[in-house]
Design a protein around this ligand. Structure first.
Ligand code: CAA
Ligand code: NAI
Length: 719
């Protein structure tokens, strides 16, 4: 796991060989220990270079080993011997030096980086801290403010930035290993004492306390309830205020508080879940690694509204020529200006030039005859979408792939009106489409494996986290959202306020509670959907008992809010009031309080005191319960897929791992008992009735989330 060679007669070249990222597994640590010992004891060797195989220095500790007991040599004593030696050791950094990888490099006396390399201490994103000396050595090397920023955010820096900060000694466009060998030979005669970071004093700013305080407050505001960044601040404080030997002890004490925490487990689960999500399998047996996606050289977007604009930008910025279509001249011109403006702002932010020449705008579908792929993003109206797809079947060449960005309509019904149902798929983007990372790839029963592979690969090319899901109303994300938001409105009826519910959810970790989020998205969208499905408006049967629709409990308060023209932020009024239309600062509105009180009076509802615990349990257990049903129905293949959808599309707090992982952490037995309790109290709310899969998993001893698949029937798989 670490190869040893003697080069230039006197340089020991140690290459880490643990593909794909040369993670520091126990075998690699053994390898480093053995090869370093050999290098330091061989009198022929005057200097050492450490590099990684396949152009990657090292991706840090092997995260998979965190779940088990520590095996192999511990990292810090091993690295101490590198620093303490009398022979210069140079790290040749190509690809990445992350986490323990960068820490290894910080124990070396010199660091040479290839110009394309990225460096960082991303441990905080895994719920831990850089405990192989990183929190003590980086501040000594680059000072407190810069080290604090890198360690508390986990941000990766380019080789150029690393050089500017002083993390590396040289950046090269040549082979970093060869350059490092030459560098090492030149370093042989030089004294090493000033190169040993443990012997340096941390350069300390005069306003240390104020700086640490400001960073702590920023973290508490941005990452409410997240432990690791706060522990990182404490560790960096130790680097500033303690000698190295004590600081390193403090670092490991802080690590001990984090290492086995639920947050660390959740964040590490998220790391792997994100990577698992791309690995789709269809009922036919076709899967991600054996189907070749089609190359997409041109695309079209139909409809330049909220979604179409962002989709056009997402395609153009990865170099795909786009033809954008609108329904009339004025809308086309507005859409054109918006798309170009978005593309320019995006390019400016990324420091590249905007690719205007890739965009064409037209009113005629006939201009799409030669494109490789079309993404339809017109209004959420089945008849309209069908007419667009019928027309596309006539004008596009037979091989063109058809995608719909519907947020919940039947993808197969749309496929059915085309001349190529096997080439039709859903690509459900999230708003704003050029910013949000999630893409649900909705596979209809007739979608071919080739189109699934192509949509998934196109999503990846656009920088999205793509998840393959089955076709059902609302797919995965929006289907689960319904029980979650229904619970929130039922809680309003029973005695809670929008701000109390939002606060409980925000304290849990959501960036926004359900009501603030609805105000942002626009309340009219859901109102229109409810009217179309006969839940509210003139089509409702007057014989319906109040507060019941289609045989189940229904809360009309959201409709009453919309009837007053309160559509959320865009109208300056919604569940909250805002200083102006488009304003973002939400203030509780006494009119909403009155509306809810009048409603309770009308139906004789006696408000009761509702605890935050009830809010969390009712909203989140109902959410997870629907997730279990989705797994049962074969609409999602794995709990990880559901969690990834909620993390990237719905702002679920990452340190909780996603709704399914959260349920497993709470304990499936407890989730089941609470759902049974709430369902007993609300028998007319079917979403609270525990799903058969949840009951089955509890009966099987509540296996960990990674093992649920073994208990899920696959015969109903829609994937
Ligand atoms: N441990 C174990 N497996 C890892 C890993 C790690 N540190 N880093 C990557 N992998 C695995 C991935 O799970 C993936 O496996 P599969 O192919 O089975 O899905 C494979 O390596 C390739 O990874 P990516 O798909 O992510 O490849 P990429 O080229 O897109 O990205 C990367 C490469 C930038 C290194 C990225 O994998 C990454 O960010 N890795 C994690 C880096 C990190 O957080 N390191 C800190 C670890 S904690 C630590 O080091 C503690 C300490 O102080 C000692
Ligand atoms: P929108 O109302 O902002 O835009 C729709 C656009 O389509 C309008 O500009 C309209 O002029 C255009 N259009 C209508 N008929 C057309 C035709 N025949 N040819 C060309 N253009 C036509 O709607 P939005 O929000 O962009 O939604 C589009 C689709 O995306 C819907 O299916 C919606 O459900 C879905 N969606 C919406 C999300 C959102 O947050 N807004 C999120 C995810 C999906």
């Amino acid at each position: 796991m670490a190869r040893y060679e003697l080069v230039k007669r006197s340089v020991a070249l140690i290459t880490l060989t643990n593909p794909p990222v040369n993670a520091l597994s126990s075998a690699v640590r053994h390898g480093i220990a053995k090869t370093m010992e050999r290098a330091l004891s061989d009198p022929k060797v005057t200097a050492v270079v450490i590099c990684g195989e396949n152009g990657r220095f090292c991706g840090g500790a092997d995260i998979r080993e965190f779940a088990g007991p520590l095996r192999g040599p511990p990292l810090v004593p091993l690295l101490d011997s590198i620093e303490a030696g009398e022979k210069p050791v140079v790290a040749a950094i190509e690809g990445v030096a992350l986490g323990g990888g960068l820490e290894l490099a910080l124990f070396c006396h010199y660091r040479i980086a290839h110009f394309k390399a990225r460096l960082g201490l991303p441990e905080v994103t895994l719920g831990i801290l850089p405990a192989a000396g990183g929190t003590q050595r980086l501040p000594r090397l680059i000072g407190i403010p810069a080290a604090l920023e890198l360690i508390t955010t986990g941000r990766h820096v380019s080789a150029q930035e690393a050089l500017k900060l002083g993390i590396v000694d040289q950046v090269t466009e040549q082979n970093a290993c060869e350059v490092a060998v030459e560098f090492a030979l030149r370093a042989v005669a030089k004294p090493l004492s000033s190169r040993r970071l443990s012997s340096l004093t941390t350069p300390c700013p005069p306003n240390l306390d104020a700086l640490l305080e400001a960073v702590t407050m920023q973290i508490q505001k941005k990452a409410r309830g997240v432990m690791a960044p706060l522990a990182c601040v404490q560790a960096v404080r130790a680097a500033a205020t303690m000698p190295y030997s004590q600081g390193i002890k403090r670092e490991s004490e802080l690590m001990a508080t984090l290492f086995n925490s639920g947050q660390a487990r959740a964040l590490q689960y998220c790391f792997f879940a994100e990577r698992t999500a791309g690995k789709w399998t269809l009922p036919s047996g076709a899967q991600w690694n054996d189907i070749k996606p089609r190359e997409i050289r041109s695309a079209a977007v139909i409809g330049l509204g909220t979604m179409g604009r962002g989709i056009a930008v997402s395609l153009a910025r990865v170099g795909i020529p786009v033809i954008a279509v609108e329904s009339d001249k004025k809308l086309l011109e507005t859409g054109r200006q918006m798309v170009i403006g978005m593309l320019e702002r995006d390019a400016k932010r990324r420091g590249v030039s905007a690719s205007h020449n890739l965009l064409k705008f037209t009113l005629g579908l006939q201009d799409l005859k030669d494109v490789d792929l079309v993404i339809e993003a017109v209004f959420e109206d089945m008849a309209l979408k069908k007419s667009v797809f019928r027309e596309l079947s006539k004008v596009c060449r037979p091989a063109t792939l058809f995608c719909t960005n519907t947020s919940g309509l039947d993808v197969d019904a749309l496929a059915g009106v085309t001349d190529r149902p096997q080439l039709v798929i859903g690509m459900h983007f999230f708003s704003p489409a050029h910013v949000m990372k999630l893409l649900e790839v909705v596979c209809g029963p007739r979608s071919s494996s080739e189109i699934v592979a192509t949509a998934m690969s196109l999503g990846k090319r656009m920088g999205k986290v793509s998840v393959a899901v089955g076709n059902c109303p609302g797919f995965v994300g929006n289907r689960m959202l319904k029980p979650y938001s229904d619970q929130a409105t039922f809680l309003l009826e029973e005695g809670a306020t929008p701000e109390q519910i939002d606060k409980a959810l925000e304290d849990f970790g959501f960036a926004m509670g359900v009501f603030r989020m609805s105000d942002l998205a626009g309340l009219d969208v859901g109102w229109r959907v409810r009217k179309e499905s006969g839940l509210t408006g003139p089509d409702v049967d007057p014989k319906n008992p109040p507060r019941r629709r289609q045989g189940r409990k229904y809360c009309p308060i959201p409709d009453m809010v919309c009837e007053q023209g309160r559509f959320g932020q865009k109208t300056g009024r919604g569940w909250y009031m805002y200083d102006k239309p488009g304003g973002t600062k939400a203030k509780p509105d006494p009119l909403i309080q009155n509306l809810i009180e009048m409603y309770r009076n009308r139906y004789g509802i006696q408000p009761r005191n509702i605890t935050d615990q009830e809010i969390i349990e009712r909203c989140l257990f109902a959410l997870a319960n629907e997730g279990f049903r989705i797994l049962e129905d074969g609409i999602a293949a794995r709990p990880e897929d559901i969690d990834v959808i909620y993390l990237f599309g719905y702002g679920f707090p990452r340190h909780r791992g996603g709704p399914m992982f959260y349920a497993s952490m709470v304990g499936l037995q407890r989730v089941l008992e609470r759902l049974e309790h709430y369902h007993q109290a609300h028998p007319d709310v079917p979403h609270l009735e525990p799903s058969p899969l949840l009951k089955k998993l509890v009966a099987c001893g509540s296996p960990p989330v990674q093992k649920w698949r073994e208990h899920i029937k696959t015969m109903h798989s829609h994937l």
